[in-house]
Design a protein. Structure first.
Length: 306
């Protein structure tokens, strides 16, 4: 087990380094921060002085080595061009809102998708199973931004039940969390259903039933553990969907998280903050995949041999 963990951890670190190089290179080649941040009437001398002051006139490999050494040694992503404070401090100001939204969305989609998926598998082709299939198709077909706007119009504007922007109270989280959860639930429901259908035909399930165990105990204790292995793996991948979808959702609902911070920072050319957000997203996604791989290996020892 430990050999498997070490192997996966080394792969995760390599992926994070590759993402940092790609992110830094793309931002370096995209646009010139001096042109964006200085007034339109700035002359060539002012542009050169700004680049020299910010260290933007050095070769790209020198800038990257300086950047990555600061990140590794002291979590220093540089100073925000706009706020004038360390980029990591700007990141910390918005990280809490994104973490809260992601956890609530993940909890909501896990509970609902597992409940519907189990019932659909226990009673295949019933009304619940057909409803789950219909909801899965709807969830996969709806664009995330469109669903968010529709929820705002229905529950925020017409019914006036829920707030549509900000994060002042817990009620402000309902609409964005439901939007993200609706986006993630379809694949989770189908995975739980298909996994349960396969497991329920196994010999050990028939043996457990032959022993006279209650059906609820057979489902929860014996079948569910093996059926959720694909779900555990996908949930690790869904960290990326939570963060990527969070960029759209946070923008639609004016949620003050990392997604909205990334959009605003790209718009004004605040590259140190953009790099900090992208690398933070990448680390969370890679770490989520690593945890999912370890959890799946714990549930199914055969995975450790791959």
């Amino acid at each position: 087990m430990w050999g498997y963990i070490v192997r996966r951890s080394v792969q995760a670190v390599a992926v994070c380094f590759a993402i940092s190089i790609l992110t830094f290179t793309l931002l370096f080649l995209s646009t010139d921060p001096a042109v964006i941040l200085l007034p339109p009437d700035a002359d060539h001398q002012m542009l050169e002085e700004f680049r020299k002051e910010m260290g933007l006139d050095r070769p790209i490999h020198v800038q990257y080595l300086d950047f990555i050494s600061g990140v590794l040694l002291s979590a220093d992503f540089g100073e925000s061009f706009v706020a004038g404070i360390p980029a990591i401090d700007v990141l910390a100001q918005h990280a809490g809102a994104t973490v809260r939204l992601a956890l609530v969305s993940l909890l909501l989609t896990t509970v609902v998708s597992m409940a519907i998926g189990i019932i659909a598998a226990v009673r295949p082709y019933s009304f619940v199973d057909n409803l789950a299939t219909f909801l899965a198709l709807m969830g996969q077909a709806m664009p995330l931004f469109w669903l968010g706007i529709m929820l705002i119009i229905i529950f925020g504007v017409q019914l006036n039940w829920l707030p549509t922007a900000g994060s002042e109270t817990g009620w402000h989280m309902v609409l964005p969390a439901v939007t993200i959860a609706w986006y993630l639930m379809p694949i989770n429901m189908r995975l739980v259903r298909s996994g349960m259908l396969e497991v329920l035909t196994q010999d050990y399930i028939r043996t457990a039933r032959a022993k006279g165990l209650p059906e609820r105990l057979v489902i929860i204790k014996h079948a569910l553990r093996n059926a959720v292995i694909p779900l555990v793996t996908v949930m690790g991948l869904q960290f990326g969907a939570l963060l990527g979808g969070g960029v759209v959702v946070e923008t639609v609902f004016s949620w003050p998280g990392l997604g909205r911070l990334a959009v605003d920072s790209i718009r004004v050319g605040d590259y140190p903050v953009v790099q900090a957000v992208v690398i933070a997203f990448s680390v969370v996604v890679v770490l989520g995949n690593l945890i999912a791989d370890i959890a799946a290996a714990y549930l199914d020892p055969r995975i450790r041999l791959e």
